[in-house]
Design a protein around this ligand. Structure first.
Ligand code: ADP
Length: 375
């Protein structure tokens, strides 16, 4: 299996690839990428020639991130390379506006949205939606970059210039600011031949646009909501032709509806809990799915799994320096560090605690993350 991108997601595919006896090769951007242990090529993923050469060494190409240009992937596909998920699915994870248009065709519930190219269109949207909206750059955003709360057109002046618009993909995406009670994510996987499996619904908490905490299963969730979330993921996976892991991020509204926020077609932060909390981790499942191998059980291993991200405080953050103390204090916690240079707000690792007692898991996971950051 060839993975484009050498981040923590590729890193976490290494262990299951060894267990299954697969040969994992990673195309990384740098020699010291988190997935360095499986890196066979260091290069620029926007360059067709390098990606083509890499593809010739593997049976299937998959991804650690969604930034490989579709034009590059389409050439590979035309040349007979198995790209999973295929470019015709991936385009909806790369471009939030295309995603909104496609999900609208499928009659799936979403926040009120509009395509915006001018100040006038933005003003109209603000007027129609209570004077506030969430404005997004359809391409290139991640972890809250490319997402802005906007109350006046001047808040978006830099994005509405011709350079701003072209960097965003030609237009912007305006959405109503959803008054959600919480955010949830439905993680699933699908094989090219059609088999589909979903994990229990998770509850996700974002801080400053970045995932901070995930609880699986999402506490206090009605059977109807669980069923609805599963149906949404199944519809999207099938109709868009997604293969591998699919994460559907959603808002739960005060009246118990689910509105789709965004899609990721790769292992996702909301699924890290599954390494310890599920019979099959999302990383193993992704490898099985892209190879069209039978999917594993997604049953939970305990009543509750809690995953807490470890975000860098500053450039002196030293997770490995604090590892001894953190492990000594929290024997139930499973610590994952990603081998990244420290930086404020950077995802440097995560902690998972799996327990029959949700409150215990929450307290331990947060305390371990704190011990890793502060010693
Ligand atoms: P990214 O692609 O950077 O992850 P998202 O589109 O997921 O960006 O937005 C990041 C966060 O911003 C979301 O998790 C949510 O907390 C908030 N957000 C995004 N869209 C809306 C919306 N329409 N209404 C309210 N909050 C939103």
């Amino acid at each position: 299996v060839g993975v484009i991108g050498g981040g923590q997601l590729a890193r976490m595919m290494i262990v299951p690839s060894i267990n299954l006896g697969l040969d994992l090769k990673v195309f990384s951007e740098t020699h010291d990428a988190p997935a360095a242990a499986a890196t066979t090529v260091v290069g620029d993923y926007t360059q067709l020639a390098s990606i083509r050469e890499f593809a010739a060494t593997v049976d299937v190409i998959t991804f650690d991130h969604e930034h490989v240009p579709l034009s590059v992937l389409r050439v590979l596909e035309d040349e007979g390379v198995s790209v999973q998920p295929p470019s015709r699915a991936l385009e909806f994870a790369q471009n939030k506006l295309l995603m909104r248009k496609r999900l609208a065709e499928l009659n799936l519930a979403m926040p009120v949205w509009a395509e915006i190219k001018t100040e006038h269109e933005l003003q109209e949207f603000l007027d129609a939606n209570g004077g506030v909206c969430i404005l997004k750059t359809p391409i290139g955003g991640y972890d809250g970059k490319g997402v802005r709360v906007v109350r006046t057109v001047t808040d978006a002046a830099d994005w509405l210039t011709s350079e701003g618009l072209s960097a965003a993909g030609g237009s912007l995406l305006a959405e109503e600011k959803v008054n959600f009670v919480r955010e949830v994510a439905q993680l699933s996987a699908r094989r090219p031949s059609g088999e589909f499996a979903a994990w229990p619904l998770t509850q996700t908490t974002q801080a400053n646009g970045v995932c901070a905490e995930v609880i699986c299963p999402a506490p206090n969730t009605s059977a109807d909501l669980i069923e609805e979330a599963g149906k949404i993921a199944n519809t999207i996976a099938q109709e868009l032709g997604v293969t591998g892991v699919l994460a559907v991020e959603m808002f739960e509204t005060p009246n118990g509806r689910l509105l789709i926020n965004e899609l990721a077609m790769r292992p996702h932060n909301s699924g890290h809990f599954s390494i310890e909390g599920s019979e099959t981790s999302q990383f193993e499942q992704h490898l099985r799915a892209v190879l069209d191998l039978p999917l594993g059980s997604t049953r939970a291993r305990a009543a509750a799994s809690v995953m807490v991200n470890v975000l860098g405080i500053d450039s002196d953050t030293d997770l490995l320096g604090n590892l001894d103390a953190a492990l000594a204090q929290h024997p139930e916690a499973k610590v994952h560090t990603y081998g990244k240079a420290p930086r404020a707000g950077r995802k440097m690792g995560h902690v998972t605690v799996v327990s029959e007692d949700l409150q215990f898991a929450l307290a331990q996971a947060h305390a371990t993350a704190k011990a890793l950051l502060q010693g």
